[in-house]
Ligand binder design. Structure first.
Ligand code: HEC
Ligand code: HEC
Ligand code: HEC
Ligand code: HEC
Length: 410
């Protein structure tokens, strides 16, 4: 009796299986040609043999039923057979290196790997993790959290970070990297300003990131303050600045602040501070040294009149937006129906976290997953792992194929 994992019929590879209504064709996998799908086509005798191998060589770590009770060890029960086989061969031939697994598969033949993979695929799936208890902390939207944390900043820096008070810098249009560095420089005393030091003292690193993100995503606008200098004269002098601050004060480098639309009085004061050394910065020391007070005022007037531009900063995806992307490959709620695509539903959360970190840092290689995980934050990894661990897993069902050459019933 030949068995076929049902998901095969549903997707892609189905073309190599039945064409409903067409002349009867038993699925034939050419050894070698479709090596990757071998574990999908096994007999019940082979599954039973796989069971014996599993009890002897795998159960002590992955559990007797393929349900792992050990942190860092994945559940295998009801995982896609071809995927399991592929990973086992990756360990066997050192494409994936991990002490415990390398040892476990070292003396197993390819044939044994196929059988043990098919055996684990045939087991009942693990139960999903319990939903988070009511009242458990749920993910706070970082932008919303940033807005809340910035409630006390608007009095000086203006609503939405657009200054309305001469001498106060606008915060809109600042790259988050620069913003965070500036806050940390106040905290650490490298940038001397007692007022700002006390104001940001209680901001945690996470809050600082959130506040930076909140301001970076606001619609940019010029400071609502007047400028005294001669903007036309400033424009000529600005040639010396554009290499770093961009043509119209819009910087392309996160370490160099954009100054387009910045409050003029703040710009002039900053230039003076660089010149007299009260604000120390190697890049600005030279450019400021040769400026007199008039030139500073003119440059300030020119830059204050320039239009600030939106930053190339994305709002982070919500967990729902992420999973919508993941499910395109991993199946609805992480229940993959593709033989080579792992099921994520009801997998151990700690394992999912570990693996996503491994893809993120390229410790585990996968082109598809490297692209997906590159943009994930640590928080995203945690949320996604918890989400998939909570999803119900559907069992893989085997379909008995008619013997080769037999006619199918209508
Ligand atoms: C000594 C404990 C141990 C034994 C024995 C063991 N495993 Fe594992 N297995 C692990 C650990 C730990 C991992 C995670 C490895 C990693 O991070 O790559 C793992 C990972 C796996 C994976 C990768 C799953 C995935 O989704 O990436 C498969 C498949 C697997 N084991 C199958 C087996 C099979 C089949 C056997 C028996 C032949 C076996 N293991 C024996 C500990 C063990
Ligand atoms: C009482 C007024 C006041 C409040 C409230 C205030 N700031 Fe400031 N902030 C200033 C002044 C003045 C400066 C310019 C200091 C200097 O010259 O270094 C400044 C500078 C900054 C800068 C550097 C801007 C740049 O272009 O380099 C950042 C970032 C900043 N503040 C963030 C915050 C945050 C975040 C909060 C709320 C937690 C906050 N500020 C609250 C007055 C204030
Ligand atoms: C070599 C590159 C470079 C050049 C040239 C340069 N800057 Fe800067 N500028 C920087 C960097 C980097 C900073 C951020 C320094 C810091 O963190 O204090 C900065 C900061 C500033 C600031 C403070 C902005 C803020 O938000 O606090 C002003 C204003 C400024 N520059 C104006 C100018 C002007 C005007 C010129 C031309 C006369 C100029 N810069 C030339 C690199 C440059
Ligand atoms: C373009 C298709 C694709 C998308 C989209 C995708 N994945 Fe994957 N994923 C894969 C492939 C292929 C593998 C197997 C890679 C390997 O061999 O290591 C995989 C493996 C994984 C694994 C390892 C499972 C295990 O048990 O070892 C996890 C966890 C995972 N993906 C999570 C995600 C999450 C979360 C998302 C959404 C943010 C996602 N994937 C989006 C294709 C995709």
């Amino acid at each position: 009796m030949r068995l076929l994992v049902a998901g095969m019929l549903a997707l892609g590879a189905a073309s190599t299986a039945y064409a409903p209504g067409a002349a009867a064709q038993a699925v034939k996998v050419q050894p070698g040609a479709e090596d990757e799908l071998r574990a999908v086509y096994v007999t019940s005798v082979e599954v039973a043999e796989g069971g014996r191998i599993a009890q002897a060589a795998c159960a002590r770590c992955h559990g007797a039923n393929g349900i792992s009770a050990t942190k860092g060890v994945p559940h295998l029960a009801s995982q896609r057979a071809a995927y399991l086989d592929l990973q086992l061969r990756a360990y066997r031939y050192s494409a994936r290196v991990q002490g415990a697994m390398t040892g476990a598969v070292r003396y197993l033949s390819d044939d044994a790997l196929v059988k043990v993979a098919a055996y684990y695929a045939s087991l009942d799936p693990p139960r999903p993790a319990a939903a988070a208890a009511k009242g458990a902390p749920t993910r706070s939207d970082p932008v919303q959290a940033g807005k809340t944390a910035a409630a006390g900043c608007g009095g000086c820096h203006g609503e939405f970070g657009i200054s309305a008070t001469p001498g106060m810098p606008s915060l809109v249009g600042l790259d988050p990297k620069y913003f965070v560095a500036a806050v940390n420089a106040y905290k650490g005393g490298q940038r001397k300003n007692d007022l700002m030091k006390s104001l940001v003292a209680s901001l945690s690193a996470e809050s600082t990131n959130n506040v930076a993100l909140y301001y970076a995503l606001q619609k940019p606008a010029k400071a609502q303050t007047a400028a005294a200098g001669d903007a036309a004269a400033g424009k000529a002098a600005a040639a010396a600045c554009s290499a770093c601050h961009g043509d119209q004060g819009v910087s392309g480098n996160p370490a160099t602040p954009s100054i387009a639309g910045q409050d003029a009085q703040y710009i002039a004061a900053a230039l003076l501070a660089y010149k007299d050394g009260s604000r120390k910065d190697d890049s600005m020391k030279g450019p400021a040294a040769g400026l007199d007070e008039k030139a500073m005022g003119d440059l300030a007037a020119y830059y204050a009149a320039q239009q600030p531009q939106p930053l190339n900063v994305r709002r982070p995806l919500t967990t729902a937006e992420w999973t919508e992307r993941c499910d395109r490959c991993h199946g609805a709620n992480g229940n993959s129906i593709e033989p080579l695509m792992p099921r994520l539903a009801a997998q151990r959360a700690d394992w999912l976290e570990k693996v996503l970190e491994a893809y993120r840092t390229d410790a585990r290689k996968s082109t598809a997953m490297a692209a997906m995980s590159a943009l994930m934050s640590e928080q995203d990894v945690k949320e996604l792992a918890a989400y998939y661990a909570r999803q119900s897993a559907h069992a893989v069902t085997y379909v008995v194929l008619p013997p080769a050459g037999a006619k199918r019933d209508k």
